[in-house]
Write a protein that binds this ligand. Structure first.
Ligand SMILES: [Fe+2]
Ligand SMILES: [Fe+2]
Length: 277
């Protein structure tokens, strides 16, 4: 395997682990870092799914496999940091629990989004979300090693977005998928992440003994993640989303959309804080 096992050009050895500073660890961030480690580590299963969807496209399959390895590496870096921050964290056990409970048919040869272009839109959205997420986490974190991990990962996620966007453009050459249909897929994918994947990862990672309850755990997750965001994260995320949907992100529509997204997020964050109090 080449250095980094992919295109990112970094490995776990590039992280300055010896700079870890326990006094600057925020225990609430540790909880969501653990959840993120599980979702990222599932990247290999998703790469397999992409290879099934693009069964006649060995070039894209190769890209998808490299992408999957990079996601797995994100999971490893985050898991390692979480274990330093909390030596009781049992990553293997948590990951087994996550895989058991969060079931997606990764062997399906058809995308749930109805087409290849639809699948690429959903992938773009996930990369938009993760690149904003790690940028926001880097700025919110005080612990220098976590900052460094987030910096590396956020750069990868941005590159992943470009990679899927490029493939989306290619798919759209032979598939008809209007802007409204694209927007529906994009918004549907956002709703889905809020629904289950992250909530379940949070549940699996934090080892609570109580049974899984979606509403409770999606609040527990979002109540810790949402406050990290600042307007510039949302603006950039909305611009990337609009671009994937085929709307020019500059100008009035972009401003209106990011204003709306920001207010929605603040409103939801406030409600979550109230619910937790
Ligand atoms: Fe990732
Ligand atoms: Fe990614």
């Amino acid at each position: 395997m080449t250095k980094a096992g992919g295109m990112g050009g970094w490995t776990l050895d590039d992280i300055p682990w010896d700079r870890f500073d326990r006094s600057r660890v925020d225990p609430e961030l540790v909880r969501i870092v653990k959840a993120a480690a599980l979702v990222e580590h599932n990247g290999a299963a998703y790469a397999h799914h992409l290879c099934r969807i693009f069964a006649d496209d060995p070039e894209f399959q190769e890209t998808a496999r490299c992408w999957g390895e990079e996601e797995v590496q994100h999971g490893r870096a985050l898991a390692r940091w979480a274990r330093i921050a909390d030596p009781n964290f049992d990553f293997e056990r948590a990951f087994a629990r996550f895989q058991d409970g969060f079931q997606v048919d990764f062997d399906a040869a058809e995308s749930r989004r109805g087409s290849r272009a639809g699948e690429m839109i959903a992938r773009c959205i996930v990369e938009v979300a993760t690149s904003s997420y790690y940028s926001a986490m880097r700025e919110a974190a005080d612990e220098p090693v976590l900052q460094e991990i987030c910096r590396h990962i956020a750069a990868d996620e941005l590159r992943h977005y470009r990679l899927f966007y490029k493939n989306l453009k290619r798919c759209l050459r032979y598939e008809r998928l209007g802007r409204l249909a694209r927007l529906k897929i994009a918004l549907g994918r956002i709703a889905e992440s809020e629904d289950d994947e992250l909530a379940y990862a949070y549940y699996a990672a934090n080892g609570d003994e109580r049974p899984y309850e979606r509403r409770y755990y999606s609040r527990a997750y979002a109540g810790r993640a949402f406050p990290m965001y600042r307007p510039h994260h949302i603006e950039r995320g909305v611009a990337m989303l609009l671009k994937a949907v085929g709307v020019m992100p500059n100008g009035r529509i972009g401003r209106i959309a990011s204003g709306l997204a920001w207010r929605t997020m603040r409103y939801r964050a406030r409600r979550l804080t109230k619910a937790a109090a």
